[in-house]
Design a protein around this ligand. Structure first.
Ligand SMILES: [Fe+2]
Length: 221
């Protein structure tokens, strides 16, 4: 199934939700989803900085680059969550890709004109497959805000592309309590803003001291 077809299905379900679930029935019946209390994670634009060339060490740790002794600058965060469907069932084997700016607000991308520093030890892109219970975990750093145009600074956010055989979600995750969130021209377009927010919490004992945990579940249509 092509990405276009998958998006069409998403659009159709959205229409169906708006009409009280009369268009679709079967395994993704939105009436069932609503009764299960599952709210689909909102879409956001892909943006211009999806990697042109993906790094050689494609993994879930963005704070180190294979063969380099250094570590990425910035506040380390563990980004953990589960991917579920509208019925609340976990989705094992889902491909989760993330990409983001570094702790200075710069992407490792040739088209990023922001003069902020590059971080030679920051990967900028990570990929992982969910486990048998639909869980994913990334180690990364909290990205900095960055300017887009006069009067518009994007709040800290992490881009996501989440794909299964039948579903595709492109979105962005934001951090609770950031004053730039509500002013952001992209965040403002979200159908359900709450579905895009994570709240940072202290680390559990098994994680790096001084790190923070960003828990964020994803619900696919
Ligand atoms: Fe971005």
């Amino acid at each position: 199934m092509s990405d276009d077809q998958r998006l069409s299905r998403r659009e159709l379900l959205k229409m169906s939700l708006a009409m009280g679930g009369v268009l679709l029935s079967g395994p993704i019946n939105p009436l069932f989803a609503q009764s299960a209390g599952m709210v689909p994670t909102s879409e956001q634009v892909m943006g211009p900085f999806y990697p042109v060339i993906k790094p050689i060490d494609q993994d879930a740790d963005l704070t180190v680059i294979q063969g380099k002794p250094g570590k990425a600058r910035g506040q380390v965060i563990y980004l953990v969550g589960r991917v579920k469907n509208l019925k609340g069932r976990p989705l094992p084997g889902t491909l989760v890709e993330i990409w983001q700016a570094n702790s200075f607000g710069r992407y490792t991308h040739p088209n990023d004109r922001n003069p902020a520093s590059l971080d030679p030890n920051f990967e900028g892109y990570g990929v992982s497959s969910t486990d048998g219970e639909g869980r994913f975990r990334f180690k990364t750093i909290k990205p900095a805000p960055y300017p887009v145009s006069e009067g518009w600074i994007r709040p800290p956010h992490i881009h996501f592309k989440v794909s299964t055989g039948s579903s595709l979600l492109v979105t962005q995750m934001y951090f609770a309590g950031e004053p730039l969130n509500e002013k952001d021209r992209i965040f403002k377009t979200a159908e359900d803003k709450e579905s895009l927010i994570t709240k940072l919490a202290p680390p559990t004992k098994d994680l790096e001291p001084g790190s923070l945990v960003a828990a964020w579940d994803i619900v696919l249509l």
